[in-house]
Design a protein around this ligand. Structure first.
Ligand code: CA
Length: 226
């Protein structure tokens, strides 16, 4: 369940937001001053934080800066009754991702919340990761590949080609698909560039290993398979 921290000292506004977000299926924790908000942030994990700017004990801008010093990723939506350009700039400079001026309609808030959560989802998907298959390991972050404990030195194109195989294990990939996905070109039947590169890659991935991972599916294409 999506967990949201709402730091808002005006109880009516807090209740209105909490009710709406809860009815939309979110879990909401309310802190009614900046200091409590800080404690909540330190003790729990949230998917999104909604911060009022004017708060007792610790204002929203300072709290946002504190949050950003600990955590760069969790989206922060600022709320304020002021809404001048300067306040907006200050809010965004403090590390907030978006800004909403009071008074607002709940559906505006919900649209912002959904947009921020969606952005985080996309960023998560794009986060560097490891791809593995059998004894092959690819680190998309450092662009390095290993088979067993041995590092494979690949060219950029070979790396992209192997990445495509690793993202589609067990699936027969036609030359046409490979050309489109790896070379970003329309397949020209007159060229054997795909076969040439698959062979380059095989020489690095499979040569010297008993188990061949990049296999030919005659008349259809190639497949990463044990
Ligand atoms: Ca306030």
């Amino acid at each position: 369940m999506v967990n949201i921290l709402l730091v808002e000292d005006e109880s009516k506004i807090a209740a209105f937001i909490e009710k709406g977000l809860t009815e939309s299926g979110f879990h909401v924790q309310v802190a009614d001053d900046g200091q409590k908000g800080k404690v909540c942030f330190l003790q729990n994990k949230y998917d999104l934080i909604i911060l009022d700017v004017m708060l007792p004990y610790l204002d929203g801008i300072s709290l946002c800066k504190f949050i950003r010093s600990k955590d760069e990723k969790t989206p922060v939506l600022m709320l304020t009754a002021l809404g001048t350009v300067d306040d907006k700039v200050t809010g965004l400079e403090s590390g907030a991702d978006d800004y909403l001026v009071k008074p607002f309609q709940f559906r505006e808030l919900k649209a912002r919340v959904n947009a921020l959560l969606r952005r985080t989802e996309i960023e998560k998907e794009e986060e560097p990761q490891m791809l593995t298959f059998s004894d092959l390991t690819m680190d998309l972050n450092s662009k390095r590949v290993w088979r067993d404990d041995q590092e494979l030195i690949l060219t950029a194109r070979e790396f992209t080609l192997l990445e495509y195989f690793l993202k589609n294990p067990g699936k027969v990939l036609s030359r046409q698909e490979i050309a489109e996905k790896v070379w970003d070109i329309n397949f020209d039947t007159g060229t054997n560039v795909i076969d040439v590169y698959v062979n380059y890659l095989r020489n690095k991935v499979d040569k010297g290993f008993d188990k061949k991972l990049i296999q030919t599916q005659i008349g259809m294409g190639y497949v990463l398979r044990e």
